[in-house]
Ligand binder design. Structure first.
Ligand SMILES: Nc1ncnc2c1ncn2[C@@H]1O[C@H](COP(=O)(O)OP(=O)(O)O)[C@@H](O)[C@H]1O
Ligand SMILES: [Mg+2]
Length: 236
């Protein structure tokens, strides 16, 4: 769970908290693991001069009698242009089911590339989900589709580009970079999970494609989905 610290006036007393957030972790061995892994991730990123982004780990707090420990992280901006993929998807769905979030092929490729870099540094994330992928500085545009797609006109919010930040190293394992070959099966399995996650949200269009191309790609995606559902129900 992530706590934002602006609730009880703490921010006024400790201005640095404006730039921090606390992740509470149950006080079992996961804390030590997440802390150590996060530090190791940062260390390898720095050593390799990698472009991969993760929130910087600022500090951690433990209270002797407490069941929980806090991991203090650089706080990533959360607004219309910054948020986890999950918050983007759910934020749009809430209220109007006809608004959907889709990623351009560029954004999807950048997410794939972030996980590839992670693997190359010698890590397997082990918790691929849309809550653990943060899109920073996202640029997007809304494309209103023709009414033919249903009674209401759906709107596709297309994330053109974003800086990808990987989150949540609770289950991450690290291995020596030179051992990558012996982890190739696990890496391939994780790549498959990344592809499965993106399949839900990617639209095969480019940031500078025309609205008409976006509408066509969306149509094609729906058609394929209906086709797959039909095939699946035949098999069942
Ligand atoms: N450094 C951060 N700055 C801002 N928001 C964050 C940060 N880290 C995580 N979050 C938000 O909190 C959510 C949960 O964080 P995460 O580390 O994935 O914890 P959990 O173990 O609860 O899944 C993320 O999906 C994201 O929306
Ligand atoms: Mg998470």
């Amino acid at each position: 769970m992530i706590l934002r610290l602006n609730a009880d006036g703490l921010e006024e007393r400790f201005p640095f908290l404006r730039f921090a957030c606390v992740k509470l972790v149950k006080m079992d061995n996961l804390v030590a693991r997440e802390l150590n892994t996060h530090l190791e991730v940062q260390r390898r990123i720095d050593a390799a001069g990698s472009q991969l982004r993760v929130p910087r780990l600022l500090a951690h707090v433990r209270r002797r009698e407490s069941e929980e420990a806090g991991i203090i992280l650089e706080r990533l901006e959360a607004d219309a242009h910054n948020g986890s993929l999950q918050t983007f998807v759910e934020g749009l769905r809430r209220g109007t089911p006809t608004r959907v979030l889709r990623l351009t092929s560029e954004t999807a490729a950048d997410i794939v590339s972030a996980f590839n870099q992670f693997h190359r540094l010698g890590f397997i994330h082990h918790d691929v989900n849309d809550g653990n992928v943060f899109l920073a500085n996202a640029t997007h545009r809304d494309v209103v589709l023709p009414a033919a797609y249903g009674r209401q006109r759906p709107t596709v919010r297309l994330v053109n580009r974003a800086d990808i930040v990987l989150l949540d190293f609770e289950r991450t394992i690290g291995f020596p970079q030179e051992n990558a070959a012996s982890y190739s099966k696990e890496i391939e399995a994780e790549n498959e999970e990344v592809r499965a996650m993106l399949k839900e949200v990617e639209l095969e269009v480019s940031a500078d494609d025309a609205d008409r191309d976006v509408a066509e790609a969306y149509d094609e995606m729906l058609r394929r989905r209906i086709e797959n559902d039909r095939r699946a129900s035949k098999i069942a």
